[in-house]
Design a protein around this ligand. Sequence first.
Ligand SMILES: *Cc1c(COP(=O)(O)O)cnc(C)c1O
Length: 378
Amino acid sequence: MESLNRFAAEKLASLSARALRRELATTDRAALAHVSRDGRHLISFSCNDYLNLSTQLDVVMAAMEATNAHGVGAGGSRAVTGNHPLYTTLESRLAALKHTEACVVFGSGYLANSGIIPALMGERDVIFVDSLSHACMWAGAKLSSATIIIFDHNNMSSLGNLMAQHRHKYWNAMILTETVFSMDGDRAPLPELTKLAKTYDAWTMTDDAHGFGVLPATEAAREIPLQMGTLSKAVGGYGGYLCATADVVALVRNRARSFVYTTGLPPASVAAAIAALDFMTENPEYCALPLAKARRFTAALRLPEAQSPIVPVIIGSAAAAMAASELLAEQGFLVSAIRPPTVQGGTARLRFTFCAAHEDRDIDRLADFVRRNLLVAA
Ligand SMILES: *Cc1c(COP(=O)(O)O)cnc(C)c1O
């Protein structure tokens, strides 16, 4: 026991010395983009609740009604007794939105990625992964025991060269990327990627965690055979999904360990997602607001035009990013510093996310403060 505590204390001291220790701040985010933290009232530019659906009345009511009707828990794995009736509705809605035959919903996006990849790939296979892919894609790739080959971020000649060199040595091949990169806000070049995938017979999986609901679905996205995403960002609640053909979905339901060996989502989460999808479908103009707000911010700062609701401002060292975040908090803005290992060393950053509920005047005041105090220092 003593050696365990010593181990933990030494690791923590090392993280603290490099400004990499993370502390959980209690954050009460009851009202739209407003939060309170440590007795401070802040406007959050750090939430992924892009459409503010986590507190939207119809969504909340749907969750409450489902709890009344079905209870707070699923009572078991979906493979046993946890497959309550709301799942079928949610899965067919998602499949229709993504123009695929079928869909399977998981407990979370992390569980989806860590289950789907090993369900499809094994020792004799190869996975080409964009260098900036999310931690849970790496987790799934590692669990699969396939060979992992990293290509330069969004660089199709890097991917093409690596596939030309290595594809033939393996049985099946997969390409992993994100539609919108979570810490950079840029988008993958899906048409070029799809062309390469066809040339080398590779299965592409896109993670649409930050695109779903806030960016219009493109033609190129529809051609992706494995469309994964989460219900915990723009959809406002919790859960992950894969949209694919009926056979692929059936296979994943049989083989993904993070599907079979875990309890189904609470009925409230499933019902909330259905209500959120209803709202999104009925309000396309509202869904365009987060991107428009991000573009208002990048225009004010003369940064490259935002491609998504996520705008990074690279600061450099972890300590400087933490200091910048604190400076913004003193002005009433919650903007989290993102540090290694989430991003590469030396690229610690402020990650601004924009949501439908942000007021233009708050965005302008934020941009003004960033321009005068942070861009010069960066
Ligand atoms: C947030 C995120 C996930 C994880 O989704 P959860 O539902 O929060 O587990 C997966 N991939 C990407 C790119 C994400 O940003």
